[in-house]
Design a protein around this ligand. Structure first.
Ligand code: SME
Length: 156
């Protein structure tokens, strides 16, 4: 079933957009998004970015939460799948996702959203983990996707 409910309040999205207004540095945007989402939503236990650094390879960017693995090739993990397919991944149960990279044993579900610049080039992915199973829904994913497209459209 296509869930469209959302745990992300509209004022949080509005605050992030206000904080990043006029900012064109993508690392500054990533740091702000990570901090605001991590501290703003109960149930988001890790929030961060993996950045494309060479063809088929991502490295860790700004994040909040316990330590994340430093390098993710496009062939690996939920993040790799999002980058490879250029498509949002909602994983209700990470143990059932073939190739999931377990940075924390407590993670139960995961949402990964690819990020693009104004030219449609893949910048990286936003990865959000939850210790609760099936925590993410299409409503959250759509809101965040729209926000990221807007924030990174003028970034370099
Ligand atoms: N679980 C991710 C790896 C990154 S950590 O969750 C921070 C994946 O499978 O791609």
């Amino acid at each position: 079933m296509d869930q469209v409910s959302s745990t992300i309040k509209p004022d949080l999205i509005a605050r992030i957009c206000a904080l990043c207004d006029g900012e064109d540095d993508k690392i500054a945007i990533m740091a702000t998004v990570s901090a605001e989402l991590y501290h703003g939503v109960d149930g988001f236990d890790w929030v961060g970015f993996y950045r494309v650094v060479s063809p088929g390879l991502m490295k860790i960017g700004p994040y909040q939460g316990g330590h994340g693995c430093l390098v993710i090739p496009f062939e690996r993990g939920v993040c790799g799948a999002a980058a490879r397919q250029k498509a949002i991944q909602i994983v209700d149960d990470v143990e059932r996702f073939d190739g999931h990279i377990a940075c924390s044993a407590s993670t139960k579900s995961e949402l990964v959203i690819p990020c693009f610049d104004a030219c449609g080039e893949l910048l990286g992915v936003l990865d959000i983990d939850s210790d609760k199973p099936a925590f993410f829904n299409t409503g959250d994913a759509r809101k965040l996707d729209q926000m990221l497209r807007c924030l990174f459209s003028g970034a370099n």
